[in-house]
Write a protein of this length. Structure first.
Length: 238
């Protein structure tokens, strides 16, 4: 329905014309409407009320220029008095005002039901959203705690392996150092023996022979064992 700008009461011409009398084709303010409804001749008149009523938009039967008073349920259309007898005589008819009231009531109930359902759904979604956030928080905490547990365990295991390797390294280096010291000592003794032999070059053979025999005993007693295989270290990736 089109809006009418600043409609005024056609009776007192002072108040807002927010009530349209369908029988009188006039706009009434609230006070004039009350007086009109109390008058015996117009007490059964019907009104359309609202701030956006447009008087020019009257809904009349195009065939008889009559107001609609009934609603034909079979044809799903409003009808005037003449049409109700002429074209819709055997149809299921109801009072238009009553049908409108019932429709308004049913529609209001449907809307209210949808509002209630929507509110319940919103509340359900909000509760489920909160529950989901808590679940995510709990799972995240569990994953973090388990990750920290395994990290700590791995770090401990790594430290143990590293200490083991370092201990073995210390033992192996000490052993190799001791072996090196032994052979360095033998090397020095051999050098001394070489010098002794050089110094005996001028000695008579008979004397030299006896001294060389004694030296040979010392040389033979100095047993050079084969250097043992060094320790090895390795790590196989998992």
């Amino acid at each position: 329905m089109a809006q009418a700008a600043a409609s005024i009461c056609e009776i007192c011409t002072g108040g807002p014309g927010e009530n349209y009398c369908q029988q009188c084709d006039q706009l009434f303010c609230g006070s004039c409407k009350l007086s009109h409804s109390r008058t015996k001749i117009s007490k059964n008149h019907t009104f359309l009320s609202g701030s956006n009523i447009n008087k020019e938009e009257k809904l009349l039967c195009t065939e008889h220029d009559e107001f609609f008073f009934f609603y034909c349920n079979d044809c799903d259309t409003p009808v005037c008095r003449i049409c109700s007898v002429d074209k819709h005589s055997r149809h299921l008819m109801t009072d238009l005002t009553k049908s409108t009231t019932n429709l308004r009531s049913d529609l209001a109930k449907d809307i209210e039901s949808k509002i209630t359902t929507s509110r319940q759904n919103v509340s359900k979604i909000e509760n489920e959203t909160k529950a989901y956030r808590e679940e995510v928080k709990t799972v995240t905490k569990t994953i973090t705690e388990e990750g920290n547990y395994w990290k700590k365990l791995i770090d401990h295991q790594v430290d143990s392996f590293v200490r083991l390797v370092q201990d073995e390294k210390q033992k192996a280096l000490q052993n190799m150092s001791a072996q090196s010291k032994v052979y360095r000592g033998i090397f020095e003794i051999c050098q001394q023996w070489q010098n002794t032999i050089k110094e005996m070059e001028t000695v008579a053979d008979v004397v030299l022979f006896r001294k060389l025999k004694l030296l040979k005993i010392d040389v033979d007693n100095k047993d050079l064992k084969q250097v043992p295989e060094r320790s090895s270290v390795s790590y196989k990736r998992l």
